[in-house]
Design a protein around this ligand. Structure first.
Ligand code: ASP
Length: 439
Protein backbone atom coordinates (compact mmCIF):
# COMPACT_ATOMS: atom_id res chain seq x y z
CA UNK A 1 0.00 0.00 0.00
CA UNK A 2 1.10 3.52 -0.73
CA UNK A 3 -0.49 6.47 1.03
CA UNK A 4 -0.02 10.16 0.35
CA UNK A 5 -0.80 12.30 3.37
CA UNK A 6 -1.37 16.04 3.42
CA UNK A 7 -1.37 18.04 6.64
CA UNK A 8 -3.07 21.42 6.66
CA UNK A 9 -1.86 24.59 8.35
CA UNK A 10 -3.66 24.06 11.63
CA UNK A 11 -2.25 20.51 11.80
CA UNK A 12 1.29 21.92 11.68
CA UNK A 13 0.79 25.24 13.44
CA UNK A 14 3.27 24.59 16.26
CA UNK A 15 5.51 21.98 17.89
CA UNK A 16 2.59 20.16 19.59
CA UNK A 17 0.77 19.78 16.29
CA UNK A 18 3.98 18.57 14.64
CA UNK A 19 4.18 15.87 17.27
CA UNK A 20 0.61 14.75 16.56
CA UNK A 21 1.26 14.69 12.82
CA UNK A 22 4.53 12.82 13.36
CA UNK A 23 2.79 10.20 15.43
CA UNK A 24 0.12 9.72 12.78
CA UNK A 25 2.68 9.41 9.98
CA UNK A 26 4.97 7.01 11.85
CA UNK A 27 2.13 4.78 13.05
CA UNK A 28 1.62 3.51 9.48
CA UNK A 29 4.60 2.65 7.28
CA UNK A 30 2.41 3.03 4.18
CA UNK A 31 2.24 6.78 4.81
CA UNK A 32 5.17 7.45 2.54
CA UNK A 33 4.72 10.86 0.95
CA UNK A 34 3.87 13.82 3.12
CA UNK A 35 2.65 17.21 1.92
CA UNK A 36 2.75 20.01 4.50
CA UNK A 37 1.04 23.39 4.45
CA UNK A 38 2.67 26.41 6.06
CA UNK A 39 2.05 26.83 9.82
CA UNK A 40 -1.53 28.02 10.31
CA UNK A 41 -3.22 29.61 13.32
CA UNK A 42 -2.53 28.17 16.78
CA UNK A 43 -5.60 29.98 18.12
CA UNK A 44 -8.17 32.51 16.95
CA UNK A 45 -5.88 35.49 17.51
CA UNK A 46 -2.89 33.99 15.77
CA UNK A 47 -1.66 34.68 12.21
CA UNK A 48 -1.15 32.24 9.38
CA UNK A 49 2.47 32.27 8.21
CA UNK A 50 1.27 32.59 4.60
CA UNK A 51 -0.59 35.81 5.50
CA UNK A 52 2.52 37.16 7.24
CA UNK A 53 4.62 36.39 4.18
CA UNK A 54 2.21 38.26 1.92
CA UNK A 55 2.26 41.16 4.36
CA UNK A 56 6.05 41.28 4.58
CA UNK A 57 6.41 41.08 0.82
CA UNK A 58 3.91 43.89 0.25
CA UNK A 59 6.16 46.11 2.39
CA UNK A 60 9.28 44.92 0.57
CA UNK A 61 7.69 45.76 -2.76
CA UNK A 62 7.26 49.35 -1.62
CA UNK A 63 10.84 49.41 -0.36
CA UNK A 64 9.55 49.65 3.20
CA UNK A 65 11.05 47.97 6.25
CA UNK A 66 9.59 44.47 6.63
CA UNK A 67 11.87 43.24 9.40
CA UNK A 68 9.26 43.30 12.16
CA UNK A 69 6.79 41.09 10.26
CA UNK A 70 9.63 38.88 9.13
CA UNK A 71 10.86 38.29 12.67
CA UNK A 72 7.38 37.09 13.56
CA UNK A 73 7.74 34.51 10.77
CA UNK A 74 11.22 33.47 11.96
CA UNK A 75 9.88 33.16 15.47
CA UNK A 76 7.16 30.74 14.32
CA UNK A 77 9.68 28.34 12.81
CA UNK A 78 12.21 28.75 15.61
CA UNK A 79 9.59 27.90 18.20
CA UNK A 80 8.81 24.67 16.32
CA UNK A 81 12.54 23.85 16.18
CA UNK A 82 12.94 24.51 19.91
CA UNK A 83 9.72 22.77 20.88
CA UNK A 84 10.77 19.61 19.06
CA UNK A 85 14.43 19.87 20.11
CA UNK A 86 15.63 19.73 16.50
CA UNK A 87 19.21 20.49 15.55
CA UNK A 88 18.38 22.04 12.20
CA UNK A 89 18.71 25.85 11.93
CA UNK A 90 17.03 27.98 9.26
CA UNK A 91 19.12 31.16 9.62
CA UNK A 92 20.76 30.74 6.22
CA UNK A 93 17.34 30.30 4.57
CA UNK A 94 15.90 33.31 6.41
CA UNK A 95 18.69 35.62 5.16
CA UNK A 96 18.39 34.30 1.63
CA UNK A 97 14.61 34.85 1.63
CA UNK A 98 15.01 38.38 3.02
CA UNK A 99 17.53 39.15 0.30
CA UNK A 100 15.13 37.82 -2.32
CA UNK A 101 12.34 39.93 -0.87
CA UNK A 102 14.53 43.02 -1.25
CA UNK A 103 15.24 41.98 -4.84
CA UNK A 104 11.49 41.62 -5.41
CA UNK A 105 11.53 38.01 -6.44
CA UNK A 106 7.75 37.85 -6.63
CA UNK A 107 4.64 37.53 -4.50
CA UNK A 108 4.24 33.85 -5.29
CA UNK A 109 7.85 33.16 -4.34
CA UNK A 110 7.22 34.97 -1.05
CA UNK A 111 4.08 33.01 -0.18
CA UNK A 112 5.63 29.68 -1.15
CA UNK A 113 8.38 30.00 1.46
CA UNK A 114 5.86 29.11 4.17
CA UNK A 115 5.47 25.58 2.84
CA UNK A 116 9.13 25.35 1.79
CA UNK A 117 10.44 26.04 5.30
CA UNK A 118 7.80 23.91 6.99
CA UNK A 119 8.68 21.08 4.62
CA UNK A 120 12.34 21.34 5.60
CA UNK A 121 11.44 21.13 9.28
CA UNK A 122 9.06 18.24 8.82
CA UNK A 123 11.55 16.28 6.71
CA UNK A 124 14.20 16.79 9.36
CA UNK A 125 11.82 15.78 12.16
CA UNK A 126 10.61 12.64 10.37
CA UNK A 127 14.01 11.82 8.81
CA UNK A 128 12.34 11.77 5.39
CA UNK A 129 13.91 13.08 2.15
CA UNK A 130 13.00 16.68 1.32
CA UNK A 131 11.93 17.17 -2.30
CA UNK A 132 11.48 20.81 -3.35
CA UNK A 133 8.11 21.16 -5.12
CA UNK A 134 9.72 23.57 -7.61
CA UNK A 135 11.63 20.60 -9.03
CA UNK A 136 8.60 18.34 -9.51
CA UNK A 137 5.53 20.54 -10.09
CA UNK A 138 5.38 22.62 -13.25
CA UNK A 139 3.29 25.34 -14.83
CA UNK A 140 3.16 26.28 -18.52
CA UNK A 141 4.14 29.61 -20.04
CA UNK A 142 0.47 30.64 -19.64
CA UNK A 143 0.52 29.84 -15.94
CA UNK A 144 -1.58 26.70 -16.26
CA UNK A 145 -0.66 23.56 -14.31
CA UNK A 146 1.41 21.34 -16.64
CA UNK A 147 -0.01 17.95 -15.74
CA UNK A 148 1.87 15.81 -18.26
CA UNK A 149 5.33 17.06 -17.37
CA UNK A 150 4.56 17.07 -13.65
CA UNK A 151 3.21 13.52 -13.44
CA UNK A 152 6.18 12.16 -15.36
CA UNK A 153 8.92 14.06 -13.50
CA UNK A 154 7.31 13.57 -10.10
CA UNK A 155 6.77 9.87 -10.71
CA UNK A 156 10.37 9.32 -11.83
CA UNK A 157 11.73 11.30 -8.90
CA UNK A 158 9.67 9.66 -6.17
CA UNK A 159 9.96 6.16 -7.56
CA UNK A 160 13.33 5.75 -5.93
CA UNK A 161 12.57 7.56 -2.69
CA UNK A 162 10.76 5.51 -0.09
CA UNK A 163 9.79 8.30 2.28
CA UNK A 164 9.60 11.94 1.21
CA UNK A 165 8.23 15.33 2.17
CA UNK A 166 7.03 17.52 -0.73
CA UNK A 167 5.92 21.01 0.36
CA UNK A 168 2.44 22.01 -0.80
CA UNK A 169 1.05 25.05 -2.61
CA UNK A 170 3.70 25.81 -5.27
CA UNK A 171 5.66 24.69 -8.29
CA UNK A 172 7.76 26.41 -10.93
CA UNK A 173 7.27 28.28 -14.19
CA UNK A 174 9.25 27.36 -17.34
CA UNK A 175 11.80 30.08 -16.46
CA UNK A 176 12.34 28.54 -13.02
CA UNK A 177 10.49 31.24 -11.07
CA UNK A 178 7.98 30.15 -8.44
CA UNK A 179 4.21 30.03 -8.95
CA UNK A 180 1.60 29.09 -6.36
CA UNK A 181 -1.83 27.58 -6.71
CA UNK A 182 -4.69 29.64 -5.32
CA UNK A 183 -5.11 29.85 -1.53
CA UNK A 184 -5.50 26.50 0.17
CA UNK A 185 -3.56 24.95 -2.72
CA UNK A 186 -1.60 22.38 -0.71
CA UNK A 187 -4.68 20.18 -1.10
CA UNK A 188 -4.03 20.29 -4.84
CA UNK A 189 -0.36 19.38 -4.38
CA UNK A 190 -1.40 16.35 -2.30
CA UNK A 191 -3.73 15.21 -5.03
CA UNK A 192 -1.04 15.65 -7.72
CA UNK A 193 1.47 13.63 -5.69
CA UNK A 194 -1.13 10.91 -5.09
CA UNK A 195 -1.81 10.69 -8.81
CA UNK A 196 1.90 10.72 -9.75
CA UNK A 197 2.84 7.84 -7.46
CA UNK A 198 -0.47 6.01 -8.08
CA UNK A 199 -1.26 6.00 -4.40
CA UNK A 200 -3.91 3.71 -2.95
CA UNK A 201 -5.33 6.53 -0.90
CA UNK A 202 -4.87 10.25 -0.45
CA UNK A 203 -5.33 11.19 3.20
CA UNK A 204 -6.05 14.83 3.86
CA UNK A 205 -5.47 15.66 7.53
CA UNK A 206 -7.17 18.78 8.82
CA UNK A 207 -8.93 20.07 11.93
CA UNK A 208 -12.39 18.58 11.33
CA UNK A 209 -13.46 14.95 11.08
CA UNK A 210 -14.60 15.26 7.48
CA UNK A 211 -17.67 16.75 5.88
CA UNK A 212 -20.85 17.51 7.72
CA UNK A 213 -24.28 16.84 6.29
CA UNK A 214 -25.04 20.53 6.81
CA UNK A 215 -23.19 23.69 7.83
CA UNK A 216 -22.40 23.59 11.60
CA UNK A 217 -22.99 27.34 11.79
CA UNK A 218 -26.66 26.59 11.05
CA UNK A 219 -27.15 23.09 12.49
CA UNK A 220 -25.76 22.41 15.96
CA UNK A 221 -23.49 19.37 15.94
CA UNK A 222 -24.51 18.03 12.51
CA UNK A 223 -23.96 14.41 11.49
CA UNK A 224 -20.87 13.47 9.56
CA UNK A 225 -20.83 12.28 5.94
CA UNK A 226 -19.09 8.89 5.92
CA UNK A 227 -18.87 8.49 2.17
CA UNK A 228 -19.46 10.91 -0.66
CA UNK A 229 -18.82 10.63 -4.39
CA UNK A 230 -16.68 13.15 -6.27
CA UNK A 231 -19.79 14.29 -8.14
CA UNK A 232 -21.82 14.84 -5.00
CA UNK A 233 -18.95 16.75 -3.50
CA UNK A 234 -18.71 19.00 -6.58
CA UNK A 235 -22.39 19.87 -6.17
CA UNK A 236 -22.04 20.64 -2.47
CA UNK A 237 -18.75 22.50 -2.84
CA UNK A 238 -20.23 24.65 -5.59
CA UNK A 239 -22.96 25.61 -3.18
CA UNK A 240 -20.55 26.70 -0.51
CA UNK A 241 -19.55 23.62 1.49
CA UNK A 242 -15.79 23.83 1.89
CA UNK A 243 -13.21 21.60 3.50
CA UNK A 244 -11.11 20.79 0.47
CA UNK A 245 -9.76 23.05 -2.30
CA UNK A 246 -12.14 22.62 -5.22
CA UNK A 247 -9.37 21.71 -7.68
CA UNK A 248 -8.05 18.96 -5.43
CA UNK A 249 -10.37 16.28 -6.69
CA UNK A 250 -9.44 16.42 -10.39
CA UNK A 251 -6.00 14.72 -10.39
CA UNK A 252 -7.12 11.77 -8.24
CA UNK A 253 -10.57 11.48 -9.76
CA UNK A 254 -9.15 10.36 -13.12
CA UNK A 255 -7.31 7.51 -11.40
CA UNK A 256 -10.11 6.64 -9.01
CA UNK A 257 -7.90 7.25 -5.95
CA UNK A 258 -10.11 7.80 -2.90
CA UNK A 259 -9.58 10.80 -0.62
CA UNK A 260 -9.96 10.33 3.12
CA UNK A 261 -10.50 13.54 5.12
CA UNK A 262 -9.15 13.03 8.64
CA UNK A 263 -8.82 15.01 11.86
CA UNK A 264 -5.27 15.44 13.23
CA UNK A 265 -6.70 16.19 16.66
CA UNK A 266 -8.93 13.10 16.62
CA UNK A 267 -7.04 10.48 14.63
CA UNK A 268 -9.38 7.76 15.89
CA UNK A 269 -12.27 9.26 13.89
CA UNK A 270 -12.73 7.61 10.52
CA UNK A 271 -13.42 10.91 8.76
CA UNK A 272 -15.10 11.17 5.37
CA UNK A 273 -14.28 9.18 2.25
CA UNK A 274 -14.54 10.79 -1.16
CA UNK A 275 -14.82 8.09 -3.82
CA UNK A 276 -15.50 7.74 -7.52
CA UNK A 277 -18.58 5.62 -7.10
CA UNK A 278 -19.96 3.33 -4.48
CA UNK A 279 -22.62 0.72 -4.11
CA UNK A 280 -22.83 1.61 -0.45
CA UNK A 281 -26.05 3.34 0.46
CA UNK A 282 -25.61 6.65 2.22
CA UNK A 283 -26.79 6.68 5.82
CA UNK A 284 -29.60 9.03 4.97
CA UNK A 285 -31.58 9.53 1.75
CA UNK A 286 -29.61 12.70 1.23
CA UNK A 287 -25.85 13.01 1.45
CA UNK A 288 -25.64 16.70 2.22
CA UNK A 289 -27.27 20.11 2.15
CA UNK A 290 -25.50 23.34 1.24
CA UNK A 291 -26.54 26.74 0.06
CA UNK A 292 -25.70 30.33 -0.61
CA UNK A 293 -27.42 33.66 -0.28
CA UNK A 294 -27.30 36.55 -2.69
CA UNK A 295 -29.08 35.59 -5.88
CA UNK A 296 -31.54 37.47 -8.12
CA UNK A 297 -34.22 36.07 -10.33
CA UNK A 298 -35.18 37.70 -13.60
CA UNK A 299 -38.66 36.58 -14.57
CA UNK A 300 -39.68 37.12 -18.16
CA UNK A 301 -43.25 36.70 -19.33
CA UNK A 302 -44.62 36.63 -22.83
CA UNK A 303 -47.75 35.05 -24.18
CA UNK A 304 -47.03 32.07 -26.43
CA UNK A 305 -43.33 32.18 -25.56
CA UNK A 306 -43.27 28.40 -25.89
CA UNK A 307 -43.92 28.48 -29.62
CA UNK A 308 -41.47 31.25 -30.45
CA UNK A 309 -38.37 29.58 -31.87
CA UNK A 310 -35.13 31.06 -30.48
CA UNK A 311 -36.76 32.93 -27.57
CA UNK A 312 -34.54 31.32 -24.93
CA UNK A 313 -31.41 31.89 -26.93
CA UNK A 314 -32.16 35.58 -27.30
CA UNK A 315 -32.75 35.98 -23.57
CA UNK A 316 -29.48 34.24 -22.77
CA UNK A 317 -27.76 36.37 -25.39
CA UNK A 318 -28.58 39.45 -23.31
CA UNK A 319 -26.83 37.91 -20.32
CA UNK A 320 -23.88 36.74 -22.35
CA UNK A 321 -23.36 40.13 -23.97
CA UNK A 322 -23.14 41.60 -20.48
CA UNK A 323 -20.75 38.87 -19.36
CA UNK A 324 -23.09 37.47 -16.73
CA UNK A 325 -23.20 33.75 -16.18
CA UNK A 326 -26.47 32.25 -15.03
CA UNK A 327 -27.01 29.63 -12.35
CA UNK A 328 -30.40 28.13 -13.17
CA UNK A 329 -33.17 28.56 -15.66
CA UNK A 330 -36.53 27.14 -14.62
CA UNK A 331 -39.27 27.80 -17.16
CA UNK A 332 -43.02 27.59 -17.69
CA UNK A 333 -45.14 27.80 -20.82
CA UNK A 334 -45.24 31.58 -20.99
CA UNK A 335 -42.54 32.35 -18.45
CA UNK A 336 -38.85 31.92 -18.13
CA UNK A 337 -36.72 32.67 -15.10
CA UNK A 338 -33.00 33.26 -15.04
CA UNK A 339 -31.22 33.02 -11.70
CA UNK A 340 -28.01 35.03 -11.41
CA UNK A 341 -25.55 36.15 -8.74
CA UNK A 342 -26.84 39.41 -7.32
CA UNK A 343 -23.48 41.15 -6.94
CA UNK A 344 -22.49 40.39 -10.55
CA UNK A 345 -25.88 41.33 -11.93
CA UNK A 346 -26.85 44.44 -10.03
CA UNK A 347 -24.57 46.92 -11.78
CA UNK A 348 -25.51 45.66 -15.24
CA UNK A 349 -29.19 45.17 -14.46
CA UNK A 350 -30.59 47.92 -16.66
CA UNK A 351 -28.39 47.09 -19.56
CA UNK A 352 -29.53 43.44 -19.46
CA UNK A 353 -33.18 44.42 -19.14
CA UNK A 354 -33.06 46.79 -22.08
CA UNK A 355 -31.33 44.18 -24.23
CA UNK A 356 -33.94 41.54 -23.35
CA UNK A 357 -36.64 44.05 -24.26
CA UNK A 358 -34.98 44.86 -27.54
CA UNK A 359 -34.34 41.24 -28.53
CA UNK A 360 -37.54 39.55 -27.36
CA UNK A 361 -40.27 42.18 -26.77
CA UNK A 362 -41.65 40.43 -23.67
CA UNK A 363 -44.93 41.32 -21.94
CA UNK A 364 -43.13 41.91 -18.65
CA UNK A 365 -39.82 41.54 -16.90
CA UNK A 366 -39.84 41.28 -13.14
CA UNK A 367 -36.70 41.19 -11.01
CA UNK A 368 -36.62 39.76 -7.52
CA UNK A 369 -33.51 40.22 -5.38
CA UNK A 370 -32.24 38.72 -2.10
CA UNK A 371 -32.85 35.08 -2.88
CA UNK A 372 -30.94 32.11 -1.50
CA UNK A 373 -30.35 28.79 -3.23
CA UNK A 374 -30.21 25.52 -1.35
CA UNK A 375 -28.86 22.31 -2.88
CA UNK A 376 -30.09 19.03 -1.47
CA UNK A 377 -27.64 16.47 -2.79
CA UNK A 378 -27.64 12.69 -2.63
CA UNK A 379 -27.00 9.64 -4.78
CA UNK A 380 -29.73 7.94 -2.75
CA UNK A 381 -32.48 10.21 -4.12
CA UNK A 382 -32.57 8.41 -7.45
CA UNK A 383 -33.82 5.21 -5.89
CA UNK A 384 -36.13 6.61 -3.27
CA UNK A 385 -39.60 7.92 -3.85
CA UNK A 386 -41.10 11.07 -2.49
CA UNK A 387 -37.89 12.97 -1.73
CA UNK A 388 -39.11 16.23 -3.20
CA UNK A 389 -42.50 15.74 -1.61
CA UNK A 390 -40.85 15.44 1.79
CA UNK A 391 -38.71 18.52 1.19
CA UNK A 392 -41.72 20.63 0.30
CA UNK A 393 -43.92 19.47 3.10
CA UNK A 394 -41.06 20.16 5.54
CA UNK A 395 -40.66 23.64 4.11
CA UNK A 396 -44.39 24.29 4.23
CA UNK A 397 -44.45 23.27 7.89
CA UNK A 398 -41.57 25.62 8.59
CA UNK A 399 -43.56 28.38 6.91
CA UNK A 400 -40.99 28.85 4.15
CA UNK A 401 -42.21 30.00 0.77
CA UNK A 402 -40.49 28.14 -2.06
CA UNK A 403 -39.62 30.52 -4.89
CA UNK A 404 -38.04 28.06 -7.28
CA UNK A 405 -37.38 24.35 -7.71
CA UNK A 406 -34.91 22.76 -10.08
CA UNK A 407 -34.10 19.08 -10.16
CA UNK A 408 -30.94 18.17 -12.03
CA UNK A 409 -31.40 15.54 -14.73
CA UNK A 410 -29.02 13.18 -12.90
CA UNK A 411 -31.47 13.11 -9.98
CA UNK A 412 -28.49 13.80 -7.80
CA UNK A 413 -29.65 17.15 -6.56
CA UNK A 414 -32.66 19.32 -6.01
CA UNK A 415 -32.12 23.06 -5.95
CA UNK A 416 -34.58 25.17 -4.03
CA UNK A 417 -34.81 28.95 -4.12
CA UNK A 418 -36.10 30.80 -1.03
CA UNK A 419 -35.90 34.35 0.31
CA UNK A 420 -32.57 35.16 1.99
CA UNK A 421 -34.29 35.53 5.35
CA UNK A 422 -35.76 32.02 5.14
CA UNK A 423 -32.41 30.42 4.33
CA UNK A 424 -31.42 29.08 7.76
CA UNK A 425 -34.95 27.96 8.59
CA UNK A 426 -35.24 26.08 5.34
CA UNK A 427 -31.95 24.24 5.90
CA UNK A 428 -33.02 23.28 9.42
CA UNK A 429 -36.35 21.99 8.15
CA UNK A 430 -34.70 19.85 5.45
CA UNK A 431 -32.06 18.54 7.87
CA UNK A 432 -34.70 17.61 10.41
CA UNK A 433 -36.85 15.68 8.00
CA UNK A 434 -34.03 13.67 6.42
CA UNK A 435 -31.50 13.33 9.21
CA UNK A 436 -32.99 13.92 12.63
CA UNK A 437 -36.14 11.97 11.75
CA UNK A 438 -34.02 9.02 10.52
CA UNK A 439 -31.63 8.76 13.44
N1 ASP B 1 -0.55 28.07 3.01
C1 ASP B 1 -1.37 28.30 1.89
C2 ASP B 1 -2.61 29.10 2.31
O1 ASP B 1 -2.70 29.53 3.44
C3 ASP B 1 -1.74 27.06 1.17
C4 ASP B 1 -2.38 25.97 2.00
O2 ASP B 1 -2.38 26.03 3.22
O3 ASP B 1 -2.91 25.04 1.42
O4 ASP B 1 -3.46 29.33 1.51
Amino acid sequence: MKKVVKFGGSSLAGAKQFEKAGEIICSDKDRRYVIPSAPGKRDDKDNKVTDLLYKAYALAEEDKDFSEVFSEIEERYNSIIMGLGLEIRLDKEFSEIKENFKNKKGRDYAASRGEYLNGMLLADYLKFTFVDAAEVIFFTEEGVFDSQKTYKVMHDRLENIEYAVVPGFYGSNPDGSIRTFSRGGSDVTGSIVARSVKADVYENWTDVSGFFVADPRIIVDPENIEMITYTELRELAYMGASVLHEDAIFPVRREGIPINIRNTNKPEDKGSWIVQSTGQKSRFTITGIAGKKGFCSVNIEKDKMNSEVGFGRKVLQAFEDNEISFEHMPSGIDTMTIIVHQDEFIEKEQSVVSEINRLTHPDSIDIEADLALIAVVGRGMKSSKGTSGRIFSALAHANVNVKMIDQGSSELNIIIGVKNEDFENAIRAIYNIFVVAQL
